[in-house]
Design a protein around this ligand. Structure first.
Ligand code: FES
Ligand code: FES
Length: 222
């Protein structure tokens, strides 16, 4: 039951909640999306259109659909979509991968974090056509033999989940970090998750969960 918190709850209600209450950050450093995707340039151009309201970008200019080939969670999928549709909306609306959340659609909250070629990226700042020929992993793709991954179990064990809205993005950011840093300090964990906002937990339990998972992986390796 508890694990459902990761994936299922009222997005509309929670988005309203996110906008109305105070936001705490790990620190003032906000992770930038992968520059290898060329995200910075186009996100500046489209900045006035950045919003989580559906169809603001999509309806601003009439464009034909393109067939996109996307590699998601190990599967190659062919979908017809407006090439300017955000990856976050393709994943949620076209493919039903609703583990990913949208909070700000401006690259500020990290709720939409997925792994692109193993790196944490804000899916709200990636256009569909930019995601082609990349390996995309969503929180649904972390499952191991149908069970929650070790990192997700650690979040539950340490009580690092309350409303759960930030949790999928937080887990994916942590997963990308742990693949690159196998023996992180608490400070390094905080720095790595600086682009992910959580208003419920106070962050400490999240840091403990990630540190615990790093230690578990180290035990498995040795
Ligand atoms: S929805 Fe907030 S960073 Fe993407
Ligand atoms: S925002 Fe509620 S658990 Fe993080």
């Amino acid at each position: 039951m508890t694990s459902l918190v990761f994936f299922v709850f009222s997005q509309t209600k929670t988005e309203t909640y996110l906008k109305q209450t105070t936001v705490w950050r790990f620190d003032e450093q906000i992770r930038q999306p992968s520059s290898s995707l060329g995200v910075g340039a186009w996100s500046r151009e489209l900045a006035p259109l950045q919003t989580c309201q559906p169809d603001r970008i999509e309806q601003s200019v009439a464009r034909p659909s393109l067939t996109l080939l996307l590699r998601i969670n190990g599967l190659t999928l062919r979908i017809d979509a407006d090439p300017m549709t955000r990856l976050s909306r393709i994943l949620r609306d076209e493919l039903g991968l609703t583990g990913l959340k949208e909070g700000c659609c401006e690259g500020e909250c990290g709720a939409c974090t997925v792994l692109v070629d193993g790196l944490p990226v804000n899916a709200c700042l990636v256009l569909g056509f930019q995601a082609q020929d990349r390996n995309i992993t969503t929180v649904e793709g972390l499952r191991e033999a149908g069970k929650l991954a070790g990192l997700q179990e650690a979040f539950l064990t340490y009580g690092a989940v309350q409303c759960g809205y930030c949790s999928p993005g937080m887990v994916m950011a942590a997963e990308g970090f742990l693949r690159a840093n196998t023996d992180p300090s608490a400070g390094e964990i905080r720095h790595a998750l600086a682009g992910n906002l959580c208003r419920c937990t106070g962050f400490e339990t999240i840091v403990q969960a990630v540190a615990s998972e790093a230690a578990r992986r180290e035990r498995v390796r040795t």
